[in-house]
Design a protein around this ligand. Sequence first.
Ligand code: AVJ
Length: 332
Amino acid sequence: MEHGSETHEEKVVLHDVEPTPSDFQRDLLTGLQNLPKWVPCKYLYDDVGADLFEQICGLEEYYPTRVETSILKGCLNEIVSAIGPNAVLVDLGSGSSAKTELLLSALEDCVAYIPIDISKQQLIEVAHDIRRRHPRTEVLPVCADYHKPLKLPTPTRAFQRTVFFFPGSTIGNFEPGEVVSFLKRFAVISNPGDAFLLGMDLQKERSVMESAYNDPRGITARFIKNILARANRELQAGFDLDAFRHRAFYNAEAGRVENQLVSTCRQTITLAGVTVNFEPNEPVTVEHSYKYTLGGFQSLIHRSGYRLEKVWMDEQRYFSVQYLLSETHGDI
Ligand code: AVJ
């Protein structure tokens, strides 16, 4: 059989380092014992949350998915020629596979596709789906939290470069300093020519950003509240879901949309023997979604061992897709 027409008939093998309920319990307790209270947003994405997020992506108000997809479609030729042939595509937080499918169907001889996701069921579905559609690309799923150091599986075939695909402006969930340490972690394991292809939401009119997180059907509210519902399901936390309301607003000074759950009354919950008190109107921060200017984000990139090679935007400049090249020669 010719090298280029090799297929991978074997089953998709899952590398599984899914976070455990005890990780969730520990992080939840740490955050709730802090002032102001917070809960790490990565725990939004259990199977229920992943499904709600899918619904958000289809909302008229939620422009990021729609605009990013249109940029990827409109600039696909330029994007795939920046990546070049024989790449390995690492999908960070693969979620739904629509954007990945766009790339994979246009890339020239993609050697391997490595989806990494915290939501196991969705990961397995995506992996099988991609394997069926792209039999020449080796699919190596990893169920893991990419916030932590991780070891990538090695593709069978030789490849040209590794491209980390991080769409959806998920990088906006990090604090600015965390963006730098996150990118650095990849920069140090990169070879010259390895790249990051990421989606980054841009600062714009407040009303556009706030509407995206305050849909009238309350899907976003259900999505954010799912973190408490999940704590009830997995940790028997006993949150009264009606005693918290969702609030989302743009904090212009910090350049971020804040998603909070606000306690509607004085209340107490007990988790693993620890009592947590909530004041009336006390907020719990669940998610920060940073919005950058191009220049503001570029200064973070420069501190991270990457340089901005290319940027693609929609006409309104709502959203950007950025191609960052690793600057490292193993020495940062
Ligand atoms: C997937 C993290 C980019 O911050 O916009 C959507 C998640 N939260 N609606 C975002 C989200 C509320 C989303 N990210």
